[in-house]
Design a protein around this ligand. Sequence first.
Ligand code: NAI
Length: 329
Amino acid sequence: MKILFYDTKSYDQNTFNNALPQFPGLEIDYIKSDLDPRTAALADGFDAVCAFVNSDVGTKTLEILHGKNIKLILMRCAGFNNVDLEKAHQYGMRVMRVPGYSPEAVAEHAMALALACNRRLYKAYNKVRENDFSLSGLMGFNFHTKTAGIIGTGKIGAAMCRICHGFGMKVIAYDVYQNEALKAFVEYVSLEQLLEQSDLISLHCPLMDSTYHIVHLDTIKQMKDGVILVNTSRGALVNTEDLIEGIRMHKFAGVGLDVYEEETENVFEDRSDEILEHSTTARLLSFPNVMITSHQGFFTREALQAIAETTLQNATDYLAGKESPNDVK
Ligand code: NAI
């Protein structure tokens, strides 16, 4: 089976090539362009495409892929909010993903963001590099005995609960389904209670209609003053305009984001003044208590290896006509 691999980075190519010998029958061609309606036609002559988190697998792209006889979409990530599933299934395409490759990779990054914001590590790093060893502007608060509020307690949220528990925090959580295994040290509460009680709020639910802009002006107002907000899940869980208003109201001690609403718009590729002037992400970056990383939560050796192995296993299961729990239905 021939797979066209979109949006290739050198680390992808290395980890997939290392895993490939364990999966006979699969061939991969790597290209740098990401999948979207302009590049979909490049899949001519292939059996499957492999796409990533910000690839545009919408209606138009699928229409072109269907025209090229593509039968399998291999998402090498957990999220599939950029895939028009209804259309894919209508065309008889199978969509497969990697539901959980290393929840700890993302949860550890969420805690890294929380700590970096709390103790102003980015500021401390820059100050000391300028030979400024003063402590002004660096005061944080102890996480120990404070309350962590985790929204979404699936694989990553559960890992974050364990980390916060390890820090000696009281851990409360909100989820539409409760995870029984966590109840020994996590108390489930309503969303309102979580917002009101938490010193650290970390988002770990997927982006869906019901979670779109779950953080908006009203929910921000319900939060404690001096709260730290961390989002490593999906940018559109947070209404960025409202977040900016919340920051201006001095609601947050810190905001740590690994994901942001403009991620798919390539705002920072062009970097023209005109684009940056209207960019909410650029506005966010102007605040001293905001730290943004570029969707790197998943980016550990262990996670990349697991992504490669699961993606290639998905392709092998497809070839064998096997059902898989990694099918996106
Ligand atoms: P999961 O499916 O194991 O857990 C998601 C949890 O959210 C489930 O327990 C579900 O019941 C809950 N949920 C659903 N609707 C909810 C609602 N309205 N309110 C509260 N909770 C709700 O997913 P997993 O693996 O833990 O991943 C979570 C998210 O993390 C993914 O959807 C993805 O957006 C993001 N992610 C980010 C990465 C990064 O590099 N920053 C890498 C991988 C995933």
